[in-house]
Write a protein that binds this ligand. Structure first.
Ligand code: ACO
Length: 209
């Protein structure tokens, strides 16, 4: 096992309810697929282009292979694939990827949240829990994220937890069928006083149970 895996993070309370993070499970297939098929228009503009149609890629029968590749990456210490739960129900995912150790000790972080929970603080709380985990038990020094300039909601989430803009990556990632520019944001452990969750508590964005 690798530091910080497997992990259960939270709970913290936001407007939507109680937010917790836990490892992906094989039995997430139905909930994962139901939300992904229902929320296609909400998700597809921001996600890496996949092979095949959205319906096929997000069918419940596709989850076992996705789950097993996420678990394999987690076992080799390269990823932390978590489910975001709100009041105990599957509500999205938060993934830490490309964990590199040695003198870099860095990773990227990404997330999505079901559309019916939008604007109730779920992504902000999940990201804060994920970052505190990365800078704590996982032992990373830097976490980065990339976001399309058009994705204003996600940029607000990144700002809420203290990410700093580092530059514009031109034609960086194949997203929604084309090479899309992305803003690069970064955060290092020295930039956080206390924890990211502490900051959100001080700002009244989350409540500790
Ligand atoms: N313009 C500007 N700000 C907006 C807009 C908008 N159109 N819509 C929402 N916001 C703001 C809200 O005001 C809020 O900011 P505030 O807390 O400062 O008021 C913020 O966006 C949303 O915060 P949360 O409620 O914590 O986020 P939510 O749980 O709604 O999830 C998310 C946001 C993750 C972007 C969700 O909408 C989603 O899953 N979208 C589709 C997938 C996606 O874009 N994922 C992120 C890809 S980039 C990455 O992973 C680094």
């Amino acid at each position: 096992q690798h530091p910080g895996w497997p992990a259960r993070l939270g709970p913290v309370r936001v407007a939507a309810g109680q937010v917790t993070l836990r490892p992906v499970r094989l039995r997430d297939a139905a909930a994962w697929s139901r939300i992904r098929l229902r929320d296609r228009e909400h998700l597809e503009p921001w996600e890496p282009t996949g092979r095949g149609a959205w319906e096929a890629r997000n069918h419940a029968s596709n989850w076992p292979s996705l789950w097993s590749s996420l678990k394999a990456e987690a076992r080799r210490g390269a990823m932390i694939p978590l489910v975001i739960e709100v009041d105990g129900s599957f509500s999205g995912q938060l993934t830490v990827g490309n964990i590199v150790r040695g003198a870099l000790r860095s990773a990227w972080i990404g997330y999505w949240v079901a559309k019916d929970l939008s604007g109730q603080g779920v992504a902000t709380a999940a990201l804060a829990l994920g970052l505190d985990h990365c800078f704590g038990p996982v032992g990373l020094h830097r976490v980065e994220a990339t976001v399309r300039p058009e994705n204003l909601a996600s940029q607000a989430v990144l700002r809420n937890v203290g990410f700093r803009e580092e530059g514009l990556l031109r034609r960086y990632l194949d997203v929604d069928g084309a090479w899309r520019d992305h803003l690069l944001v970064g955060l290092t452990v020295e930039e956080i006083s206390g924890t990211v969750i502490d900051r959100l508590v001080r700002e009244g964005r989350v409540i500790l149970p």
